[in-house]
Design a protein. Structure first.
Length: 314
């Protein structure tokens, strides 16, 4: 990025290089890639490209908040399907699609945010195969890099079988580049071509693309991200278990836990300089979500939580 600073007076030239880097790493053709200003941009772009008033989109209760928002701005109807164990209930989502012929899209994050739940690659593949081919599945893998080898699956291998599959990825999480805003979508070239017609011409900025090309070559960093995250998840889970605090099984880089008076705990933690995420807006009024940090940061959170619980008697 520092080497590229002198070129910022020009319109961005980096899209080709970034698409080639993604193509190389995910074994897809450059025509199967759309770039986004964060993967949020990809999600919204997909909704704007494929939905309008009269259409509907299906997603799970406790799914990422952007799915209903991206659906609503197009005039389409959001259909929220009750979750099972805080995660995607694939059978119920399939039934909802079949019950609503207006459905044009299904949004599904795996692992899910904010609950952190996970469905296996096998179950997902069966789900996509059972959907009508006229329904676009947006498989949001924002937290995919955090999966351990036993859970990891390669959805790009399904692209040739499912032209109605759009995989969304981001460099905001394990790559640690959230502030630069880079994400991308992978799909059949026809799907990508339509999205490219709706996309702003220069939706990803030059410095972000330069950084992304460098970051995608840095496999060691991703290994380290995963290692620190897995260790942090274990550290936090041990601490919650030791205190009898119920957690939702976590596969991303955060854990959601049940704490009763969640807003009081949230405020207490905030006064101690520790910011967690209240989940009341998602309908989980008794839960908070904490991001995994370094070992020292996790320990600081646990100490602050102990102080909050002692004072608030929760
Ligand atoms: C499930 C999920 N998808 C997508 C995003 C969007 O991330 P970004 O726009 O930074 O790629 C987030 C961010 O929190 C997320 O949790």
């Amino acid at each position: 990025m520092q080497a590229a600073l002198g070129e910022t007076a020009l319109y961005p030239e980096g899209a080709h290089a970034l698409r080639m880097a993604i193509s190389h790493k995910w074994h897809v053709a450059p025509e199967q890639i759309v770039l986004g200003n964060g993967s949020n941009d990809v999600l919204e772009l997909a909704a704007r490209t494929f939905m309008q008033a009269g259409d509907a989109a299906v997603f799970s209760q406790f799914a990422f908040a952007v799915y209903p928002l991206a659906t609503q701005v197009t005039g389409a109807t959001p259909i929220e399907v009750p979750a099972r164990n805080f995660g995607n209930d694939l059978d119920a989502m399939l039934a909802a699609v079949h019950a609503n012929p207006a459905t044009r899209m299904v949004f599904l994050a795996n692992p899910n945010n904010p609950t952190g739940t996970f469905v296996t690659g096998d179950a997902l593949k069966r789900f996509i195969a059972a959907l009508p081919s006229t329904v676009l599945v947006v498989l949001d893998e924002a937290y995919g890099e955090y999966l351990e080898a036993a859970d990891a699956y390669d959805s790009t291998a399904w692209l040739s079988a499912f032209p109605n599959l759009l995989i969304s990825r981001t460099l905001s999480k394990a790559y640690g580049l959230a502030g630069l805003r880079i994400g991308f979508g992978l799909a059949h070239p026809d799907v990508i071509a339509l999205m490219n017609r709706v996309r702003q011409p220069f939706n990803v900025n030059f410095l972000a693309m330069v950084a992304a090309v460098a970051a995608l070559a840095d496999d060691e960093f991703i290994e380290e991200s995963r290692r620190v995250n897995t260790a942090g998840l274990k550290q936090l889970k041990r601490a919650f278990d030791a205190r009898g605090i119920t957690t939702i099984p976590a596969y991303g880089n955060f854990i959601s836990f049940e704490i009763g008076e969640s807003m009081a705990v949230f405020k207490h933690l905030m006064h101690q300089g520790v910011i967690v995420r209240p989940l009341a807006g998602y309908g989980l009024a008794t839960h908070l979500r904490v991001s995994v940090g370094t070992e020292a940061q996790n320990a600081r959170f646990i100490t602050a939580l102990d102080a909050a619980r002692a004072e608030l008697k929760v």
